[in-house]
Design a protein around this ligand. Sequence first.
Ligand code: ZN
Length: 479
Amino acid sequence: MPIKFYSTMTRKKEVFRPIKEGQVGMYNCGPTVYDYAHIGNFRSYVFADLLRRYFEWKGFKVKQVMNLTDVDDKIIKKSAKEGIPSSKLTERYEKAFFEDIKSLNITPATLYPRATEHIKEMVSIVQALERKGYAYKGEDGIYYKISKFKGYGKLSGTDLKGLKAGARVRQDEYDKTAASDFALWKFWNREDGNVFWETELGKGRPGWHIECSAMSMKYLGETFDIHTGGVDLIFPHHENEIAQSEAATGKRFVRYWIHNEHLLVDGQKMAKSAGNFFTLRDLLKKGYSPKAIRFLLLSAHYRTKLNFTMDAIKSAEATVKGVENFVAEMQADKGGTAEGQPKAVKRESNPQIQKVIEKARRDFEKALDDDLNTPLALKAIFDMMKEVNRMAPVSEKDAKLVLDAVFDADKVLALELSETGKVWHSPEEAEKEVRELILKRDSLRSEKKWKEADSIRESLKKKGIIVEDTAQGPRWKRL
Ligand SMILES: [Zn+2]
């Protein structure tokens, strides 16, 4: 079955047809690394991950590019306020970003280009725009002349009728009523401090919008398949990306524009001033699990507003536990992979189970093919669980079939269900530092250096890791 997406450009669902058969080139607007990302940002990143995982589940090869905005108005302002170089500030939050996406089990993108490492590419797009008459010099920067680009407003539906001739905007963010010529390149001024590049365009720094045009086209080509972001980026950011890219190349920039809706907290727009602003870290500190947060973000369709409440996250927590309990039951019926689980009892296979699984798989795929309808896809899995529970306990063979189906769906959902009930792990499943210690201890043992091996065992224990030796090699678990 083909996949259909709602295209922001055409305002209807469209069958996805990639430029190259079996391959997808996708650009996701990434974080501006000047602060911890908030839970609304993570809705966009989990959505991008869902897209990526679903394409891979369907057999596509995905090239996913997510930029890191490490130079813009907000970064300059905050680093000046803290009295540190902007690179210090962006390094700190870039690190936090990678830690956060890891805890949400987001697959790393193929590439994470940084804006500051692509100034040359930005300059050459601006030069092309100057040559073609789309860019002009103002007193404080080089601007894009939006009235010259015929399609301006086509993505956001912004009307240019009320446009004041010569009106221009220097700051990166502004609203739809302020449609005007925007900055491609900002000449250096005192407030920029040490943030500038000496280029053919003069001493200065890029505008935010040109960053994404340059990095997306460099890695995905002048025309690529999918561009995503939150709905708040449709205007001006994505409208301006289209204007810059298409005027410079004369080609269509993006084939499918896909945008996810806002996340509300307690029914309101998140704002620091309203006291309803949460980073991922805030929620983890409150004791919520990353899995429940991920589940909650997936549980609403990406094009509906998601109302994030403490009750909703508690209920997500309970749902995830319920699924894990189901998996543990099936593992027990299968004959128990986890410690302390009983041996499987011999039972007859039930031909109904196979039918229930097939239906679930069909419904799951149908739901996701239809504009990534995650609530319906989740329902398919929950319906299957309900049916299986009705027939439980099931035979060893049936339990295995059910588990295979759940784990297969989990390749898309990424709730790490196959880890449920698992106590012992292989060295490969440990983080780097622990893994190296386990392997070092193993090689010391094979050299009969017992004393050194034991001292590594002790230091692992201090880290809360127990190692055990088996005929298949060492294995470990947490204390
Ligand atoms: Zn962007």
